[in-house]
Design a protein around this ligand. Sequence first.
Ligand code: FAD
Length: 475
Amino acid sequence: MKNKAIWKNRIKEQRIIQDFEQLETDILIIGGGIAGLSVAYFLQNTKQNIILIDKGDIAAGVTSKTTAKITYLQETIYQDLEKSFGIEVAKKYFDSQKEAISLIKDIISRNNIDCDFCQTSSIIFTVMNSGINKIKKEKKILEDWNVSVLDVQHNKIKTGFKVEDTYTFDPLKYLSAMYDCFKDKIGVYCNTIAKNIRFENQKYYIETNKGVIISNKVVVCCHYPFFLYPTFVPLKTYIKREYVNASKVIEHENYMAINVDQVLHSIRFYHDYLIYGSNKQRLTSKINYEKSYEQSKKDFRKYFGLKPEYTWMNQDVMSNDQLPFIGEVKDNLYLATAFNAWGMTNGTIAGKVITDLIVNKSSVYKDLFDPKRMSLPLILESVVGSFRYLKVYAQSLWKKNNPTYIKIEGILYGVYIDNEDKRHIVRLLCPHMKCNLVFNREEKTWDCPCHGSRFDLDGHVIEGPATYDITKCNH
Ligand SMILES: Cc1cc2nc3c(=O)[nH]c(=O)nc-3n(C[C@H](O)[C@H](O)[C@H](O)COP(=O)(O)OP(=O)(O)OC[C@H]3O[C@@H](n4cnc5c(N)ncnc54)[C@H](O)[C@@H]3O)c2cc1C
């Protein structure tokens, strides 16, 4: 069994920039996942000087571990948006997802991209009686918008329906080819981490590990922004983690499916592999990550009789009001985040919206995705989340055998002893917003249950928003 995602096509040419004192550009894009690369793709012919940086390899973040369904049928999104904002907003979101699908199709056909792009019907279903009304309601909304839907019956489900104009692909083949389209026009640099940002004399100064980049415009596509002001993302979002397994099956089926119940079952096929996502949970709700991994493997065996050949975990930013944050947060500072686990469409539309805002100063989705929006319900959810975090953190400390916890001069440290009897001692405070870290026994990492940052045993940051390592103790 391989502890990694099924996608293999890494971008081979990862350009590294030498250290510099200062570098000037018109537009700096931070983050080389589907959002950042889509922005770069749409901006490539604007005759502006553009630089894209990533803290690691390009296309090696969340997008490299996605299940890559390209669909507008996203659980119960339309009835949820109708309830919160009214049917016009729900319809506008639907339009944005349909437009994103058209954009992906266009990019693929215009550039002859071979990325296993395949028309694949999308199903939503329920296995619970309580889900039946939700399915009926979602179906009715789509029918009212003239979407062609077909009922689905199966002895393992209560009810469901499908739509046909949806797709799947290999996300890394897609991103690699997209990168090839603009790599001669844009400076794309890996291993360059943005650590701080400041605004001075109408320009942004971005401090990186290689030097300072001065830019007129900055587009933040790093999944979760590394700074709080003026995005306020931690106040409006939470992190969801999901466990994924994949194995060869005898027959490839041409559908993808997701249920609308509390316990997730997400299915798609890739060549002769079945990819199954399950055990989706709010990061602050469960701390026994090892148990969640085990449960996901058990579910794979239980529902499909399969032993995982690939197994992996991934996490996404979820907005409290279910709409992404895409657009301008401050003069010439743009943000794309909180794709709510639907980043193939939302990452693509982010590229288009931000390009339209930069080039034309307007976008039809400007208000829908306004990243500056604030409201009491939006923030309240995160306040409640903070209390959940305190509970999770307290529970983590009850488990005292490897890691153990010690206090040195009043400061709490975690001590982990590895198989070679080596002690790894780190301070349990996330540099991002000072949340306490919880041990992830399965992957031997220290994880932040609030905002998703992750650190290895010696405290090196492996996943943001944190941009600094945690303090190591050499006692
Ligand atoms: C289990 C799972 C399954 C999913 N399945 C689907 C699906 O089927 N369909 C779908 O539409 N969506 C799906 N999603 C959602 C989708 O994968 C994500 O929303 C999307 O990939 C996020 O893209 P991104 O570009 O924002 O982030 P990323 O791909 O993570 O890109 C951000 C980049 O920024 C870099 N970075 C971070 N911090 C810094 C910094 N300080 N300086 C420089 N660089 C930085 C990172 O290294 C990374 O490369 C799924 C999500 C999960 C968790």
